[in-house]
Ligand binder design. Structure first.
Ligand code: PMP
Length: 303
């Protein structure tokens, strides 16, 4: 990775190399961090951050779940996001705000200071350069998502991604592009870092938040865009075999954007190629950034 020059850390833009964490920081030992992944895009009206406010609200919600007091308000972090994009001269960016328990105690319930950083860098499609076109081959993971009332799936917290790493690394080791996890119920949950949509007879079916998943902002945006375009959207529990039986399947997330899935566990999805509903959803989503899809909901927030 080519590191960007600057980073926002505890209220200031600093050189990248100076934004360090102590080896005894609480967050490093116990996974006590909450974070966001946000993208900005170049639009005809200038660079815009996609649903910045919504992402920062989710950061505070994740912090609330873990009883972590973020020492900056939303406007300050929003400005920090804009400042770090500008400081690095990025035309479009992936932004990573993170709040973590720092140095100040070694007990699990220690009241350490909460430190905050915001990084911004250039990131292409998360699952590979051509995958938005070609799609990926996915597998169902042997690892399942955490059960309700164990680790809260609704928080985007560092520790959750131990589970995500098991799912993603197993999939890569077996030669797949991404892994899909089942919930503790055995029903479909989500990808290692993406939500799922299945298409049956032209309608979109997505797994409900009760299936131990992160309530994705891309998922929410696609549900809205699809309904605006007159498509049916259903949130429901689905069994594993629906992955093999649906007409089309795709993953979505800030990093993965809209990635078609062309096979699961070696079985082709539909005819093994990204289908028309997936293409339509990609067009609606990416159209937000070139002006083809009107920004009816005020999702583009100016840098
Ligand atoms: N699920 C998980 C586990 C994720 O890490 C992500 C990425 N943040 C998503 C779903 C998609 O969420 P979003 O669309 O808000 O990026």
């Amino acid at each position: 990775m080519n590191y960007p020059e600057h980073i926002w850390h505890n209220g200031h833009i600093k050189p990248w190399a100076e934004a360090t964490v102590h080896v005894m920081a609480h967050g490093l030992h116990y996974g006590s961090s909450v974070f966001e992944g946000i993208r900005s895009y170049a639009t005809p009206q200038g660079q815009a951050i996609f649903r910045l406010t919504e992402h920062l609200k989710r950061l505070y919600a994740s912090a609330k779940i873990y009883d972590m007091a973020v020492p900056y308000d939303l406007d300050t972090l929003a400005q920090g996001c804009r400042d770090v994009i500008r400081a690095n001269g990025l035309e479009k960016a992936y932004l990573r705000p993170i709040a973590y328990r720092g140095l100040g105690g070694f007990g699990l319930s220690a009241e350490t200071p909460v430190d905050v950083a915001i990084a911004a860098w250039h990131m292409g499609p998360y699952l590979g350069p051509e995958v938005l076109e070609t799609g990926i081959d996915a597998c169902v993971s042997s690892w399942q998502r955490f059960a309700p009332n164990t680790i809260p799936a609704g928080a985007k917290a560092g520790g959750n991604y131990l589970n995500g790493q098991l799912v993603a690394r197993e999939a890569r080791r077996l030669g797949f592009g991404e892994g899909i996890a089942l919930a503790s119920t055995g029903l479909l949950s989500e990808g290692a870092g993406e939500n799922l949509f299945l298409v049956f007879d032209g309608a979109l079916h997505t797994t409900p938040v009760s299936a131990a998943l992160l309530n994705g902002i891309t998922r929410n945006s696609l549900m809205t865009l699809a309904r605006d375009a007159g498509l049916d959207v259903v949130e429901r529990d689905m069994p594993r075999e629906y992955l093999y039986l649906c007409d089309e399947l795709f993953m979505c997330g800030t990093a993965a954007e809209i990635t078609p899935i062309r096979s699961v566990d070696g079985r082709p999805v539909g005819n093994g190629k990204p289908g028309p509903v997936t293409r339509r959803i990609q067009d609606l989503f990416f159209g937000l950034f070139d002006g083809a899809t009107p920004d009816k909901h005020g999702w583009l927030e100016k840098v």
